[in-house]
Design a protein around this ligand. Structure first.
Ligand code: MF3
Ligand code: CO
Ligand code: CO
Length: 271
């Protein structure tokens, strides 16, 4: 048996650099994940269960001839993570009914022709209080501000700083215990994309890098803990938490977002 070397480039930090043709594959995977999150909007209401939402995701992935990246991933058994209220991330779909005013993040990762598309957004069951509306707005805007700094020559520290400085200026906190990640032909690749940091620190962004940015923002303190199910991460102080996630690629002049909402439903109040 002859061992084949990798036929692509990596940076000194071990970050894979993809070709122009690879962007096409990522757009297809990202579009499916995003479309599923567009279509699930109408199913989110008080009395609905998160396991019904998860079944919807699973069916849509199958109907598209794609594969769920999360089913079987490190023992995880669902097509989505659904994180309600003080759940920060990796919430497990269940038969518990949503209540009026609940907020939830739905996170979907699909594999299309071997390419991974990973995205999540916030949803609201019923009516929303002003305080919670602000949490969702600040979290959403922190992701967009981070994406704005993505271009060759800037660093991953610049991305983290854009999020942290904005969120903390709004008197909210950035979760440190979970981060974004490189992706492409695998789910989680280098680098760890931190949602906090100092300008100019960390690896330098280069054309052809693919990664997620997925800030988690808490109304209270940033500390989290993982429950006995080994997945569900919650805020230690039980404060509400929100998250948005896009998969993006670095171009020669900036970025492309692979997981844009074609129906402009990324932000719950625009839907
Ligand atoms: N989609 C998540 C992320 O953004 C990972 C979920 S892994 C699972 O990286 F196993 F919890 F589904
Ligand atoms: Co991710
Ligand atoms: Co995700």
């Amino acid at each position: 048996m002859i061992m084949q070397g990798e036929n692509f480039r990596r940076t000194r930090d071990g970050i894979r650099l993809f070709s122009d043709a690879d962007f096409v594959g990522m757009h297809e995977a990202g579009a499916l994940a995003s479309q599923i999150l567009d279509e699930i909007c109408d199913l989110v209401y008080p009395g609905q269960t998160t396991e019904v939402l998860d079944k919807f995701v699973e069916d849509k992935v199958k109907a598209a001839g794609a594969i769920s990246a999360t089913i079987g991933y490190r023992g995880y058994q669902h097509a989505s993570c659904i994180s309600t209220n003080h759940v920060v991330c990796h919430g497990i779909p269940s038969s518990k009914k949503l209540k009026d005013g609940d907020i939830l993040n739905i996170d979907v990762t699909v594999i299309v022709n071997g390419w991974y598309g990973d995205t999540s957004r916030m949803y609201v069951a019923g009516k929303l209080s002003r305080k919670v509306e602000r949490l969702i707005q600040v979290t959403h805007d922190s992701l967009l501000k981070a994406i704005e700094v993505v271009k060759p020559g800037n660093t991953f520290g610049d991305i983290g700083h854009a999020i942290q400085s904005y969120v903390e200026g709004e008197r909210m906190s950035v979760v440190r215990d979970f981060c974004g990640h490189g992706l492409g032909r695998v789910f989680h690749a280098p680098p760890n994309v931190l949602h906090y940091g100092r300008p100019g620190s960390g690896p330098v962004l280069e054309e052809g890098m693919f990664f997620t940015i997925e800030p988690m923002v808490n109304l209270g303190r940033p500390e989290t803990k993982v429950l006995a199910d080994d997945w569900t991460a919650v805020t230690r102080d039980k404060s509400l938490s929100a998250q948005f996630e896009h998969s993006i690629g670095v171009t020669s002049t900036g970025y492309e977002i692979f997981t844009l909402s074609k129906k402009n439903r990324f932000h719950p109040t625009y839907s």
